[in-house]
Design a protein around this ligand. Structure first.
Ligand code: ATP
Ligand code: MG
Length: 267
């Protein structure tokens, strides 16, 4: 099942920038250039896109790519409706028609044939070929394609080909600096900044273990979960274990070491 989310405009989701990414996004959009966002899980890529789409007043269609996702899942297909065969636009086609933003999350997961529809759309042609209907849609100037992926946990076979990757302006994302991450977690979870600080310190410490004992560091998302559990009244050690340790590993030894480490940092 393809997950498609349409974000209602009007509300601008809060986003705390780390650099010049907002200006870069806006300039790329004005110049009709597609964007590639790279970075670890839960560091704010999706939030950034939602924020910018709302700021620019553009409809946003997000597609979470998975390993069964084909080109026609994006472009559309003929479906039987009451005895008739009717063409139904896929999310990419609708986004092109309405001149909005189409955001393909974890694009490296998708099948190879997806590149075939993305290529003419991401060079100066800005065309979406609909093979089945014989149509060639010209993307309106407000249309923007954004793809994201996490270079960390991909295996070698699952990276973007240079011919695809070199069609995008790219932004690398990383976790926020300490004080900014504390502010974001406090505002999202409504837990006091003073109580959030040790959780962020623990997260930063655990991120150093990435590649050694852990596949991925703790995401800002998990720190927000943890802070929300504490704000709701759960004891700190329980919240930390449930939100910041269990999701990271299934290895009993590693888990025990993480619990010990968290105890020493949160003391
Ligand atoms: N710079 C930021 N400003 C505001 N909120 C942030 C920021 N970075 C992270 N967050 C918070 O962290 C949560 C996770 O971020 P988000 O879902 O955007 O991550 P992601 O990079 O898209 O992760 P994934 O690769 O797993 O999809 C958001 O819901 C938001 O609350
Ligand atoms: Mg995301």
């Amino acid at each position: 099942m393809t997950m498609i989310f349409k974000t209602p405009d009007a509300v601008v989701p809060a986003y705390s920038p780390t650099g010049n990414e907002c200006a870069l996004f806006e300039t790329a959009w004005m110049r009709r250039l597609p964007l590639l966002l790279k970075g670890p899980t839960g560091c704010g890529k999706t939030r950034f896109v939602a924020h910018m789409a709302a700021r620019l007043g553009l409809p946003l269609t997000t597609v979470s790519c998975h390993d069964d996702l084909t080109a026609s899942d994006l472009t559309g297909r003929y479906l039987l409706k009451g005895g008739d065969t009717v063409w139904v636009d896929g999310p990419l086609t609708s986004a092109v028609r309405e001149g909005g933003i189409c955001y393909l999350d974890e694009v490296v997961e998708a099948r190879k044939d997806v590149a075939v529809v993305l290529h003419p759309l991401t060079d100066d042609r800005r065309m979406l070929p609909l093979e089945r209907t014989g149509e060639e849609l010209a993307a309106p100037s407000s249309f923007m394609l954004i793809v994201s992926y996490n270079p960390g946990y991909q295996n070698l076979l699952k990276t973007l080909k240079p011919s695809t990757r070199q069609r995008f302006v790219a932004i690398e994302f990383d976790f926020l600096p300490r004080d900014r991450e504390i502010a974001v977690v406090a505002s999202e979870s409504r837990l006091d900044a003073a109580k959030v600080a040790p959780l962020v310190d623990l997260a930063r410490r655990l991120r150093m273990l990435k590649g050694v004992d852990l596949e991925e560091g703790v995401s800002t998302r998990l720190v927000i979960y943890c802070a929300s559990l504490i704000e709701a009244g759960l004891p700190v050690p329980e919240a930390v274990r449930a939100a910041m340790i269990e999701p990271l590993t299934d290895e009993p030894d590693v888990r025990a070491a993480l619990i010990e480490l968290s105890g020493s940092i949160l003391r």
